[in-house]
Ligand binder design. Structure first.
Ligand code: ZN
Length: 238
């Protein structure tokens, strides 16, 4: 076993109060591309950068184009949890992991069996009518055309935090609480550039800060252990 993985295993074995903080990299192994990454087709298909399209203003003013992008880039049918999601659910069930805090909106942690999942940026699985408040699921949104409409005629908005919109305060508070009380904090699949979510890790006060990310992070992070293997691979070996 590689030295870094052996060390990770040792830290996990010695802790029963682990918190996991994850980003887009956790889901890429499930085939969900980071919508911020620019693929070849991107520039041909979209006139605006994703940060513009996924903003509150754009949603209000160019609703149809918003949903065209949303369906194409954020609603990916048939995705399954990967080894990282499964291991984290297993650690929670074993009483070692107290919660997952995620920037992802794909619901894959819950699909893997995790119970305490704090979704900082919302979920594509929750959608609400702006007029009557009725809930609509993923399939409803995926099958809809143009601007999705409720039976009552109201527009259906994804419960996803758009640019210019604030994060849910209760989710933030619960995340701060988890991180503050954590003995071990594992950060995975994120470059820590997404604020204010990334600022949350400043609340960690322990000495078992593990970073699992395939590329170097922009931010200078005083991690106790840095692992650059793919996250599913790293976690499934412990
Ligand atoms: Zn309605």
């Amino acid at each position: 076993m590689k030295e870094t993985i052996a060390r990770l295993k040792e830290l996990v074995d010695g802790s029963d109060n682990i918190v996991f903080f994850g980003g887009a990299g956790v889901s890429t192994e499930s085939g969900i591309p980071d919508f911020r990454s620019t693929d070849g087709l991107y520039h041909q298909k979209w006139k605006y950068p994703p940060e513009t399209i996924l903003s509150h203003t754009f949603y209000e003013c160019n609703t149809e184009e918003f949903f065209r992008f949303y369906r194409a880039k954020l609603l990916i049918p048939g995705v399954q949890p990967n080894a990282a999601h499964r291991k984290l659910a297993e650690l929670e069930q074993a009483g070692k992991l107290k919660g997952v805090i995620t920037q992802n909106i794909d619901g894959l942690h819950q699909a893997a069996g995790s119970k305490v999942v704090l979704e900082l940026h919302g979920s594509v699985h929750r959608n609400y009518c702006e007029k009557c408040g009725k809930f609509h699921d993923f399939d409803f949104m995926y099958r809809s055309e143009g601007v999705p409409r409720c039976d009552c005629g109201g527009r259906v908005k994804p419960d996803v935090v758009l640019y210019e919109e604030g994060l849910d305060q209760e989710t933030i508070q619960r995340s701060v609480q988890l991180i503050r009380n954590a003995d071990m904090l594992i950060i995975g699949g994120t470059s820590l550039n997404v604020y204010p979510a990334a600022g949350l890790i400043n609340y960690y006060r322990g000495h078992k800060l593990v970073l699992i990310n395939k590329s170097a992070v922009a931010r200078d992070l005083a991690a106790d252990l840095v692992i650059t293997d793919p996250i599913g691979e790293a976690l499934s070996r412990i």
